[in-house]
Design a protein around this ligand. Sequence first.
Ligand code: DGL
Length: 268
Amino acid sequence: MKYSDIIGVMDSGVGGLTVLKELLKVLPSAKYVYFGDSANLPYGCKSKDEILFFNKNILNFFLTLGVKDIAIACNTTSALTYEDLKSEFTPKGLRIFPLIHSAANEAAQGLNESECICVLSTIATAKSGKYAHEIKKVNPNLKVVEIPCPGFVEIVENRLYNSKASHELVREKMQIVLENKAKRVILGCTHYPYLIDLLSKFAPKEIFFNPACSLAKSISGIIKNTNATSDVDFYVTGDPDEFKKSAKLFFEITKDVNFVKMPEFSSV
Ligand code: DGL
């Protein structure tokens, strides 16, 4: 299949589908290729060099498909490697849209001085301080508490929603949110919207902010709908059946969808 007007969507696993879902709402007739690097997840506890190596492999693969626009549907990638990817791949003709910038900007609106925003994220995203940095550009007086949540991605990828350990882990992290009297909680990892039922046992649903909506909105301001019918092809480095099982709980995958098992990247 030769592509034109295709949007590449990339993540370590099924998390980026929360972004694809929002993109399909605002750009329903675009063609999409989704890359889930599930053989290498979680990205959130890996080094920048490792993540950059995986990202470059994915972007080079997208280039071979003729993809022109990339939605980085991964906060960890947006936080750690976006600038490097932008300088290497923009000259090659790719337009790259990161998650954190548009999301932080929108999330910072409408709060009073010194009110608190909590950001739930991977260890790497929290360590980068990127959300706090971007939020404070908009409103320097807001209090931003970045909360690393190792283990949340595994709950989603392994469908452990009902386990006692998962509930305990979510309760422990939400305790920090409650102690800080957060007015807004950013789901700063694209896997976390899958956990909304669990998270909202501890705080009202309305305070959770999904960055995928901001990214989709900002992309739809730049890319226009075509008259074609929408179409998604999936490329997965891990087990496609496991990917489908986890994805199906959140995203409708029709029978005629094309799933391709990719070879794993050789090591860094
Ligand atoms: N879903 C990704 C993010 O938004 C990465 C999660 C992971 O692989 O650790 O950060």
